[in-house]
Design a protein around this ligand. Sequence first.
Ligand code: AMP
Length: 408
Amino acid sequence: MTIQYIDEIKELAGKRIFLRVDFNVPLDEGGNITDDTRIRAVLPTINYALDCNAKIIVASHLGRPKGEVNAKYSMAPAAKRLSRLLDKEVNLAPDCIGDEVAAMVAAMKPGDVIMLENLRFYPGEEKNDPAFAQALANLCDVYVNDAFAVSHRAHASVEAITRHVPVVSAGFLMKNEMTFFDRAMQNPVHPLVAILGGAKVSGKIEVIDNLLNKVDKIIVGGGMAFTFLKALGYEIGKSIVEDSLLETALNAYNKAREKGIKFYLPVDCVVADRFDPAAEIKITPIQEIPREWMALDIGPATVTLFSQVLQDAKTIIWNGPMGVFEMDAFSRGTFAMVSAVANSYALTIVGGGDTDVAIHRAGEFAKISYISTGGGAFLELLEGKTLPGIKVLEENGKPLFSTNGGNQ
Ligand code: AMP
């Protein structure tokens, strides 16, 4: 089944579009947006809808207000920023459902943009409540989901609403996510190499399991490597480890070998005498981690090895940093891998909040083919799951308006 995208809908002029976005932007203590990437990411969809003379109702959640109105989580900063980026007025509704909002929508003219107040001010949003979904659906003629990062959640504005709107589709951000994911995991050009890192194996077991059915090589770095290394009999000192997953890790490692998948682990590491930016550090082979020390980054030999593994890759998929890159002393391994991935001759797809941060800090984002906007959603796709928000777009992506006429 395929998803219908906004540019396949004819006659958008004058139509009320409910555009579900992810404007869950980070704010500082003063309520200022510290990173507006998520807002910029949906500008192509909004601009397209504006070009079509539609009426655009932007809807999002922000933070975790837990079903109650809380001024701290108002969409006001996002509305203001969107207004600046579009260079046009974006009025913030006082609520996301109810008479006042309905009146505001009724007064909209083609080409107007309004933003609803935080969807999570209502418990019905996270409960996927049909009545709440119906109330949202009443505001619009067309539903457009461009919130990939929340499509793994069966929430009212993502899932249930699609059963109450006559036209259901997705935006260009979603289209990019789906297209690149397909190119990486469904129809990849081989060799396909997966790089996994981050603190823990738990939460990534299903990802590893699924990847072992797809990839040619797998690289495991970061804290999670030490559960594998311990399972293989190495002394890992005080490095992060999940003892309950030693057997699982060993099974995954053996499964890879049985399938002929090359499995790469660090061969050296940066060890520290404590978890502290000012800790004493040294580089040791993996066989020589001192008992009282902990490994917090991959070492230079590992960077060389991992970079070599990427040489013939045609597709690379990456989630998770190679070390505690938040501290300068343990950031080199991750940054070196950013550079190796960025300079490879492969289609490169990166997902997960931390990896994204590392790539931006390294200034290499322009050289990555695609950086997913979804953390949890991206991981669930890697696990091979069908996301509830995507499933309904496929099932309920019906019917489009008549195929006659254009969008002008
Ligand atoms: P995750 O959320 O599982 O992707 O983990 C990301 C976190 O893993 C980052 O905050 C890193 O600091 C942390 N991390 C990476 N390598 C290590 C390591 N060797 N020891 C402890 N934490 C690590």
